[in-house]
Design a protein around this ligand. Structure first.
Ligand SMILES: NC(=O)c1ccc[n+]([C@@H]2O[C@H](COP(=O)([O-])OP(=O)(O)OC[C@H]3O[C@@H](n4cnc5c(N)ncnc54)[C@H](OP(=O)(O)O)[C@@H]3O)[C@@H](O)[C@H]2O)c1
Length: 315
C-alpha cells in the first residue's frame, strides 16, 4: 500500500528544520548517497563527521563541501576502514574523544558485487566483513554516545535483501562454497537489516533509549558498482543508469536523511522509494518481507557477530 504520509512527492529535504547544534556521523560519506546526505545536512547547518577509508578522497569531499557551503561548514573526517576491525576500533575511539554528541550514526558505507571471493584482514568474506561486521562493531562502540543524545542509528540496507539466498548462510558464512558476487552482497545487506531489527528488540526489552531505522536508496546513480563490481556488472549497471529505473545519488540520500531526522517513523519497517518496483520515486515506508526479521536467525546472527568481532553489547 502506498505511503501517503508525506504527500504525493514523498519525503523531501524541504521538510528539514534548521539543524544547527546537531551532529551526524556518516560512514562512507566521501561519495555517492553518503556524500549527498552530508550535503543535505550541512545545508541545514548541521555538523557532519565522515568516517571514510581514504584520506585523499575525504580531503577532496571536504574541499567540495566547503566550496559549496563556505569554509565554516562544520565537516570533518575520521579515518575508518570498515573492512578492518582494528581500524574500526581506532576510529571509534577518535570519535569518542572528539565528537561530544551524535544525533544519528548513519551506517551508509558498503562495497557491492565483489566479483571474486576475497577475505578481509580479519578473515571474513569481504562484503559481510565490511558491510555487516564493521558496522556491528562501530555501532556497538558508539551506541552510548548516540543514546546519550537521544539519537538514532540508521542502517542503509538494499532491496538486495530479497535476492540471493534470502537467509543467512550460517553453515558457510564466508562462502567457501558457491560464492556469487550478488548472493554474497545480498546476504551482507540482509545481515545488516537483521542486526538493526535485533537491536530494536534488545533496546525495547532493556528499556533503553535510542531508535534504530532501516532504509535503502532504491536504485541510485552512485559509484557503488564502479568501485567494487566486476566488468560485466559495471557495464550492465551503466546501461541501466540510462533508464528511468535509476534515480540520482541525491535522491538516493533522501531515505537516510529522513531516517536520521524525521519524527514518528516506525522501527520495524523499511523506508525508501515507493515508486516503480520501489527502485525510484517518492520516499516513504516501503514493503518489508518477513524473512528480514526472522527472530531465530536474528538472535543467532547477533551472537555470532559478537563472537566474530570480539565485542559484547551491553543490551
Ligand atoms: N546505489 C544504489 O543503487 C544502491 C542500491 C542499494 C543499496 N545501496 C546502498 O547504499 C549505500 C551507499 O552506497 P552508494 O550507492 O552511495 O555507493 P558509493 O558511491 O560507492 O559509496 C560508498 C561509500 O562507502 C565507502 N566505503 C567502501 N568500503 C569502505 C570501507 N571498507 N570502509 C569505509 N568506507 C568504505 C566508499 O569509500 P571509497 O570512496 O573509498 O570507495 C564510499 O564512500 C550502501 O550501503 C549500499 O549498499 C546502494
Amino acid at each position: 500500500m502506498a505511503d501517503t504520509r508525506f504527500g504525493p512527492q514523498g519525503w523531501m529535504p524541504d521538510r528539514l528544520p534548521a539543524l544547527g547544534g546537531q551532529t551526524y556521523v556518516i560512514t562512507g560519506a566521501n561519495a555517492g548517497a553518503g556524500f549527498q546526505a552530508a550535503r543535505i545536512l550541512l545545508a541545514r547547518g548541521a555538523s557532519v563527521v565522515m568516517l571514510n577509508r581514504s584520506a585523499q578522497r575525504s580531503a577532496a569531499a571536504i574541499t567540495a563541501l566547503q566550496q559549496e557551503f563556505g569554509a565554516k561548514a562544520d565537516v570533518r573526517y575520521v579515518p575508518v576502514d570498515l573492512s578492518d576491525l582494528s581500524s574500526v576500533r581506532a576510529g571509534a575511539q577518535e570519535v569518542l574523544k572528539t565528537v561530544p554528541r551524535i544525533d544519528a550514526l548513519i551506517c551508509n558505507a558498503a562495497i557491492a558485487q565483489v566479483p571474486r571471493r576475497q577475505l578481509t584482514v580479519d578473515g571474513f568474506e569481504s562484503q559481510l566483513g565490511t558491510n555487516h561486521f564493521g558496522h556491528f562493531l562501530l555501532c556497538g562502540l558508539l551506541f552510548d554516545r548516540v543514546e546519550a543524545a537521544g539519537g538514532r542509528i540508521v542502517v542503509v540496507a538494499s532491496l538486495g535483501y530479497k535476492m540471493g539466498l534470502r537467509r543467512i548462510k550460517f553453515e558457510d558464512l564466508n562462502w567457501e562454497q558457491n560464492y556469487g558476487a550478488n548472493t554474497a552482497y545480498s546476504q551482507s545487506k540482509l545481515a545488516q537489516m537483521m542486526f538493526a531489527y535485533e537491536l530494536q528488540d534488545r533496546l525495547a526489552a532493556a528499556g533503553r533509549k535510542g531508535a534504530v531505522y532501516v532504509c535503502h536508496p532504491g536504485s541510485s546513480a552512485t559509484s557503488l558498482i564502479r568501485t567494487s563490481g566486476g566488468l560485466l556488472t559495471r557495464f550492465t549497471w551503466w546501461l541501466m543508469t540510462k533508464t528511468p529505473m535509476v534515480q540520482t545519488a541525491e535522491q538516493g540520500a533522501y531515505p537516510e536523511v529522513m531516517c536520521a531526522t524525521e519524527t514518528g517513523l516506525e522501527q520495524r519497517a523499511l523506508y525508501g522509494p515507493t515508486g516503480r518496483m520501489e527502485f525510484v520515486g517518492p520516499v516513504g515506508r516501503g514493503t518489508l518481507q518477513a524473512h528480514a526479521h526472522d527472530k531465530a536467525a536474528m538472535a543467532r546472527l547477533w551472537q555470532l557477530s559478537e563472537h566474530a568481532t570480539g565485542f559484547t553489547w551491553q543490551v
